[in-house]
Design a protein around this ligand. Structure first.
Ligand SMILES: Cc1cc2nc3c(=O)[nH]c(=O)nc-3n(C[C@H](O)[C@H](O)[C@H](O)COP(=O)(O)OP(=O)(O)OC[C@H]3O[C@@H](n4cnc5c(N)ncnc54)[C@H](O)[C@@H]3O)c2cc1C
Length: 488
């Protein structure tokens, strides 16, 4: 598709490489600012980590990667682009998260803080004090955390948050009396795929749990692809152009443009820009480390998962681990480059919350994944099924079809998830603070600059990091527009 919007010189104002949520957000921001924009995507379909597909049966929709979107729901970028007017609708269950321990026991974090209090019993007070936030605090936290790290805008809130966030999950959870509450928190903290004994390993738990009892943990109606589709609609309405099946391997593959935005991994960026990147920046990029991967299994089911406890039917996000040790041991093993002996699961059954994905035959859809060493080609499908069967006896009988995607295959499916690392970079303390490198000016940090004039990195390898929120693309576009206009 050629566009009439190219400049007189035949150049695009901006070429965006990659159509994940960050690339599409950057492209939409630039197009709405009046720039001619071309998006080039290696895959045959757009969306990167927000793609959905009919894996087994026509009309039955499975999310290929991202499934649950607490940060998407509160994203200032998605709000500014008014994705609702481009068709995005959220389905928000009343339980943000349910942790299933075994056949009988489960514990939930509800949208209603009173219901969460009731569920947590003796730990309710500590949970509210240490984890809970109200709508105002959530707004400030989002404003602070979903942007490049710099001088805080809300210093008091950040001092409070920072003190807790810097603790390891092991230490942080000592505040709770019940093993179940500690395990509940550990499951959320372990989304970052770091050992629970690591400094700042409580940070992801605190950030993800902040919206849990305010805006909730929603899924996108129709599948995560609806997020990409809404971004595409926004981009096309502003005159942008997308080409799929166009992998950019080197600089010469790029069409002429005034600016380039790379929704790629750091490895991909270095391959494309090569020697153009100044040595100082290149050295920082070479220090970049990838984290462990994930092994995922998708299910087509004849019936919902036969949980014995009613709670999991009220959520889109289920964690499965018998106790704290199961999560802690698995994360330590994976950090050492070993497969977990007892993997713990992140899982979901989206058709319970969004029946529009079920197809005409009224099927059910479920998924689960566990953490594994980076690049692992091991199929842990049987272990994951066994874990689900342990908590929901009879689960095997409702499986119509299943498909395992190993960490290695996840990396092949989307080049940003190097070795199956869904964060496109380890969530170590260093890489959380310097994502992907420290900015010289803390008053105006710009982690998107590559040192090559007019070239910006805008993927989740930049601040504020992983997850579907579009904020890396948003800020990269803001910096790019400022560089053209001389102001932000
Ligand atoms: C199994 C799994 C589960 C997840 N679950 C969740 C979840 O529940 N909630 C959540 O918020 N996040 C989740 N994530 C993470 C989320 O998907 C990512 O953080 C998010 O997609 C990052 O967006 P991005 O735009 O930076 O990159 P991506 O979404 O990875 O998009 C990058 C795009 O660029 C393309 N590309 C890369 N290199 C090139 C090139 N050289 N030329 C052309 N195109 C290129 C890729 O093909 C891809 O389409 C999950 C990820 C995985 C893999």
């Amino acid at each position: 598709m050629e566009s009439s919007q190219r400049t007189d010189t035949g150049r695009w104002d901006a070429v965006v490489v990659g159509s994940g949520p960050n690339g599409l957000t950057a492209a939409a921001m630039l197009a709405r600012a009046g720039r001619s924009v071309l998006v080039l995507e290696a895959a045959e379909t757009v969306g990167g980590g927000t793609r959905s597909t009919e894996l087994f049966e026509s009309g039955v929709v499975h999310d290929v990667c991202s499934a649950v979107h607490p940060l998407g729901r509160v994203s200032p970028a998605f709000a500014e682009l008014d994705l609702a007017s481009h068709g995005l609708r959220w389905a928000t269950p009343d339980a943000s998260l349910v942790h299933v321990f075994d056949e009988e026991r489960a514990l939930a974090v509800f949208r209603d803080p009173l219901a969460t209090d009731h569920a947590l019993g003796v730990d309710a007070k500590s949970w509210r004090r240490l984890v809970g936030v109200d709508a105002d605090q959530l707004g400030m936290l989002v404003d602070e955390v979903l942007r490049p790290i710099g001088v805080p805008r809300h210093p008091l809130l950040m001092a409070r948050f920072g003190f807790r966030a810097l603790q390891s999950a092991d230490r942080f959870t000592r505040a709770f009396d019940e093993e179940a509450t500690r395990t509940l928190f550990a499951g959320v903290a372990a989304h970052a795929i770091v050992p629970l004994s690591t400094a700042a390993s409580s940070a992801p738990g605190l950030m993800l749990l902040a919206p849990a009892s305010v805006t909730g943990w929603p899924i996108a109606v129709g599948g995560s692809q609806s997020i990409a589709d809404a971004l595409v609609s926004c981009l096309l309405a502003a005159g942008g152009v997308i080409e799929t099946g166009r992998r950019i391997n080197c600089f010469d593959d790029l069409p002429p443009a005034r600016q380039y935005y790379f929704d790629t991994s750091i490895r991909g960026l270095v391959a494309i820009l090569g020697e153009r990147i100044p040595p100082r920046v290149r050295r920082a990029y070479e220090r970049w480390r990838y984290g462990p991967g994930v092994c995922k299994i998708d299910f087509l089911l004849s019936e919902p998962i036969p949980w014995r406890t009613p709670l999991p039917s009220r959520t889109a996000t289920i964690h499965v681990a018998q106790d704290y040790a199961q999560i802690a041991d698995a994360e330590s093993a994976v950090a050492r480059g070993q497969h977990p002996v007892r993997p713990w699961l992140l899982a979901g059954e989206p058709t319970r919350i969004d029946p529009s994905r079920a197809g005409d035959a009224n099927r059910h859809v479920a998924w689960a994944y566990c953490h594994v060493p980076n690049g692992s080609s091991r199929d842990l499908g049987e272990e994951m099924i066994a874990e689900l069967e342990r908590c929901a006896p009879g689960f095997r009988d409702v499986i119509v079809a299943s498909q395992v995607t190993t960490a290695e295959e996840i990396g092949e499916h989307d080049a940003n998830f190097v070795g199956g690392d869904i964060g496109s970079g380890a969530n170590s303390l260093r890489q959380l603070v310097a994502r992907p490198r420290l900015s010289a000016n803390p008053f105006r940090p710009n982690p998107y600059a590559t040192g090559v004039p007019g070239a910006y990195l805008c993927s989740s390898a930049t601040a504020p990091g992983g997850g579907v929120h579009g904020m890396s693309g948003y800020w990269a576009a803001k910096f790019g527009l400022r560089d053209q206009r001389g102001r932000l």
